[in-house]
Design a protein around this ligand. Structure first.
Ligand code: BG6
Length: 487
């Protein structure tokens, strides 16, 4: 039997590191509750939380109950399932750096012969000690799998060290690297749109597409994550992972099948085909003071309490050097304290080869496909149509949307948190929506080269007003090519 098959199957224990942290409170506990309420996790699944704080099982259940009352959507509350969910939970304090505590943790987990899934969201500095501790306590066997939350290093080298530490105890099949964007429904829908419909794929290449834009904009600022964010910056926080995964899913070839290997093989080919970016093809920004959603906000330096060279915005003109995408720029931009919260992929098709309406005054815009991931979820195709009328003064053509609102078309389906899907896949052992090591390495290689270029050219972030769409240089980046960002 191969490792992969040994490792498949549903786990009966879930071990949450960082169980008292922000991610656990906001996302993991509400997601697990939702899976419990919908009967999607087995009745015998026990969830053990661990973190440094001394706390009893009862204390942890109280913490979980409070987090659920704060972060669960209203329609999930008061349905009578809270008590039975809390009964699944227990807690074991652990100082991850000290090897002594791991036997007690193992004791708390009890019999793991039914499979153990571990969710690790701890500081990267604790990774090595944690893996060694798990290993020494017998918590790394064939029926164990480990989910790893970012940040996993801050460049190719440090991510390699973490991956090596994990690989010393877990095979790649047992390692589930999390990128929560892959848990988003609309991101998965991208594959359905491309590969379950006939009409897009024949045009989905340099013959049919002029350029692609990927925007992930946020209105929030530092959100109290001072140390982490200032050491990280927008490029490593958002581009290295989420944006490159969106790019890979948009640009990849059709996979042979829906299995994890086929999909990840195709994504990694795209990531390896990314051309190194030149200094002229990128913009770094940092927000100054301004107004967001009608309220005045302070600058990044004020939020941080000191001046800093960390970027809170990046725009990049990326190229994929393969046959399909030759000559098609992929414009990426992401930032904090921008005008609105929006994640979307815009596919700008080429113009028709000849406009037969021109001599009757008809002007044409090329078709555009907008895939909005959040906050709304829709796919909108802009097509040209004739305005009704007798056309005595010429033909008037207008762009109209062919609209597929996913929230309306699937109004009855529950909107799920990305972590619901990812936790369930981790428990069930399906690695498709997790990132393989070679993907992460290709992502870092490209991002490290960008940072090297910044360094060599002494590229400091340009200031932009909070509430804007970033520095004016980001607009110039596309305008030079005769392209406007979709706004
Ligand atoms: C996280 C980043 O990975 O993604 C955050 O660390 C960012 O800085 C967040 O705010 C955005 O996620 P979402 O799902 O709100 O788009």
């Amino acid at each position: 039997m191969t490792k992969a098959t040994e490792n498949s199957g549903i786990s009966s224990r879930l071990l949450l590191f960082g169980a008292t942290g922000d991610l656990a409170k906001r996302m993991l506990l509400p997601s697990l509750f939702a899976l419990h309420e919908d009967g999607l996790i087995a009745p015998d699944l026990r969830i053990v939380g661990t973190a440094r704080s001394e706390m009893s099982d009862e204390d942890y259940r109280a913490l979980a109950a409070e987090a659920l009352s704060e972060y669960l959507p209203e329609d999930r509350k008061g349905n009578g399932q809270l008590q039975s969910f809390l009964e699944r939970l227990s807690y074991q304090p652990l100082d991850a750096r000290k090897s002594e505590g791991y036997d007690a943790l193992s004791g708390k987990l009890g019999d793991i012969s039914g499979g153990l899934a571990i969710f690790l969201s701890t500081a990267p500095s604790l990774f090595e000690a944690t893996i060694a501790g798990l290993d020494s306590a017998g918590l790394t066997g064939d029926n164990v799998r480990i989910g790893l939350e970012k940040p996993l290093g801050h460049d190719l080298e440090t991510s390699g060290l973490i991956n090596d530490a994990v690989a010393a105890a877990f095979t790649e099949d047992q390692t589930f690297r999390i990128d929560h964007y892959l848990g988003k429904e609309t991101v998965q829908n991208l594959m359905a749109l491309r590969f379950a419909n006939m009409m897009f794929e024949p045009l989905w290449n340099a013959n049919g597409i002029d350029h692609v834009e990927i925007t992930v904009s946020e209105t929030v600022g530092l959100e109290g994550r001072h140390g982490f964010y200032d050491d990280t910056g927008a490029l490593r926080d958002m581009v290295q992972n989420h944006m490159l995964q969106l790019l890979a899913l948009t640009a990849m070839e059709a996979p042979a099948s829906l299995d994890a290997t086929s999909i990840r093989d195709e994504k990694v080919k795209v990531l390896r085909s990314l051309r190194p970016v030149t200094a002229e093809e990128m913009v770094r920004g940092q927000y100054g003071e301004g107004a967001v959603k009608g309220g005045a906000v302070t600058s990044y330096a004020d939020d941080l309490g000191e001046s800093s060279d960390t970027e809170t915005f990046v725009a990049i003109k990326a190229h994929i050097d393969n046959w399909r995408w030759q000559g098609v720029p992929f414009y990426l931009r992401t930032g904090k304290r921008l005008s609105e919260r929006r994640s979307e992929i815009v596919i700008q098709f080429k113009s028709v080869p000849h406009n037969i309406f021109a001599e009757r005054g008809g002007r044409l815009n090329a078709n555009r496909l907008v895939i909005r991931l959040q906050p709304e979820e829709y796919v909108r195709l802009q097509v040209m149509a004739k305005e009704p009328g007798l056309d005595r003064d010429g033909v008037v053509l207008r762009e109209v949307p062919l609209d597929l609102s996913l929230s309306q078309a699937f109004a009855k389906a529950r909107k799920r948190i990305a972590y619901e899907r990812l936790l369930l896949d981790l428990i069930d052992g399906d690695p498709t929506l997790f990132v393989r090591r070679d993907e992460v390495e290709a992502q870092w290689r490209w991002v490290d080269a960008i940072r090297e270029t910044w360094h060599k050219n002494d590229m400091k972030p340009k200031s932009y007003g909070a509430g804007s769409w970033g520095p004016s240089a980001a607009i110039a980046l596309t305008e030079r090519d005769g392209v406007s960002w979709h706004e």
